[in-house]
Write a protein that binds this ligand. Structure first.
Ligand SMILES: CC1=C(CCC(=O)O)c2cc3nc(cc4[nH]c(cc5[nH]c(cc1n2)c(C)c5CCC(=O)O)c(CCC(=O)O)c4C)C(CCC(=O)O)=C3C
Ligand SMILES: [Fe+2]
Length: 402
């Protein structure tokens, strides 16, 4: 047997560690008749006012009732499966959503029926928060309980990957191009450009509950601290010369709670008003919180925020998300490979800290008790109660962003 054959046999064997990888996402409507049922799924048990739902329904209706997210996930699923296969990992990549078909519970039921017992979740969400991490873990915990499969099917989840090189790189390339484009439009004289890194606003209580309770984070929030770290890394990668005269800020979008509940601020549109008043010449909006150009990017940024720029007379561009960028697909494959036993996997490297995030979350990580519930819902990918969390990303008990 040639060395290559032996190697590929060894690899094929190692992949048996997981029966399937599941690309896990938010889900979205596929036609006009899906819009309201989808929004009901999303907001069940949340205090989202009806007016907000009407408004958001309009965003989907204007696009034929179709969210762009499903096409993007089909493409990402295929790309990830092909990348893993190219590495000799013969593991099927399935697709499951929280709020629309294919639903998590259906995919888990079918996987179990096909004899699968070990599943590895890759969520389309890079940062730590209830919506971006814990709720994905609960999707599986609840599905297993409902199906009576708790303890029979093992579900693990890859760690949060905001700091993966392959997630950061598309933002670096995008910001570089965006700056050149806006400066090109300004012509001679140029002037200062506002770089706004935009992410999903979340309730302040969620922001403060993000990450393990025992760890300290900038702004008291792992969610905010992670975004700041990635933003700084993106800026550092580009460097002062190419950045030129600029200001930057982390801003928020897509707020949906009632006005009396505090969410993370400033809103991207308010931030644009503010930088315009301070006399910037143009703006580049970087959708730092998102992995694909779904509705929250297409509507809240490309439609609303870019309209705000037009009204303010600010030349502006919105830069791309990772989507199916080869570096991003490769980063997701690295995350999978690092969890498969017996693999000579690429090392765990963080683009902005001296260590990476944890595989299994602490029981109090990003915890949220939904209205009417007596406690947190069942989860997967959680370390046992009382087991110490790893001391910290760099082993020191602190998050030290480089
Ligand atoms: C942190 C975060 C992410 C990023 C992490 C991740 O990707 O998971 C994210 C992504 C997304 N959010 C999306 C859509 C919606 N989010 C809503 C509501 C909410 N999002 C929240 C947070 C987040 N959301 C929160 C705290 C709420 C309030 C209700 C609740 O506590 O859950 C609502 C209800 C109406 C509204 O109020 O907007 C909709 C329709 C889509 C799909 C877009 C498409 O269809 O292309 C995607 C990818
Ligand atoms: Fe959302």
């Amino acid at each position: 047997m040639t060395v290559e054959n032996a190697l590929s046999r060894a690899r094929a064997h190692a992949s048996e560690d997981y029966d399937a990888v599941i690309l896990s996402s938010f889900g979205g409507p596929e036609g006009q008749e899906d819009v309201i049922p989808f929004l009901r799924n999303v907001t069940r048990g949340r205090g989202i006012p009806d007016e907000r739902l009407e408004e958001v329904a309009g965003h989907y209706r204007a696009n034929g009732g179709v969210s762009p997210i499903n096409e993007q996930n089909r493409a990402l699923r295929a790309a990830l499966e092909a990348e893993l296969l190219g590495r000799g990992l013969h593991v099927p990549v399935l697709w499951a959503n929280r709020n629309w078909a294919p639903y998590v519970a259906d995919v888990v039921r079918e996987s179990h029926a096909r004899g699968m017992r070990r599943l590895l979740v890759v969520a389309t969400s890079a940062y730590s928060s209830y919506s971006g991490c814990r709720q994905y873990r609960e999707d599986y915990g609840v599905a297993l309980e409902e199906l009576g499969l708790t303890g029979q099917v093992q579900v693990d989840k890859v760690r949060q990957y905001f700091d993966a090189e392959g997630f950061v790189q598309p933002f670096v390339e995008g910001l570089r191009q965006g700056l050149a484009e806006v400066r090109g439009r300004l012509g001679a004289g140029d002037g200062r450009i506002a770089i706004l890194f935009s992410t999903h606003s979340i309730p302040l209580t969620d922001a403060e509950a993000s990450g393990p309770a025992r760890m300290d984070f900038e702004e008291d929030s792992a969610y905010v601290a992670q975004h700041l770290a990635v933003a700084r890394t993106v800026l550092e990668r580009i460097g002062p010369e190419e950045l030129g005269e600029h200001t930057w800020d982390l801003v928020y979008q897509s707020r949906s709670g009632p006005p009396e509940v505090p969410w993370l601020e400033p809103d991207v549109n308010d931030a644009l008003e503010e930088v315009a008043a301070r006399g910037v010449a143009g703006a580049v909006i970087v959708p730092l919180g998102f992995v694909s150009d779904h509705m929250e990017v297409k509507w809240d940024l490309d439609t609303e925020a870019l309209q705000t720029c037009e009204r303010l007379g600010l030349p502006a561009v919105r830069t791309p998300t990772a989507g199916t960028h080869p570096a991003f697909v490769s980063a997701l494959a690295d995350l999978v490979e690092q969890r498969v036993a017996g693999r000579d996997a690429p090392p765990r490297v963080s683009a902005c800290a001296s260590g990476t995030w944890f595989d299994d979350c602490a029981p109090d990580c990003c915890v949220k008790v939904l209205r009417g519930a007596t406690g947190p819902r069942p989860t997967v990918a959680q370390r046992p109660e009382g087991e110490p969390i790893p001391a910290g990303l760099d082993g020191s008990g602190e998050l030290r962003w480089v």
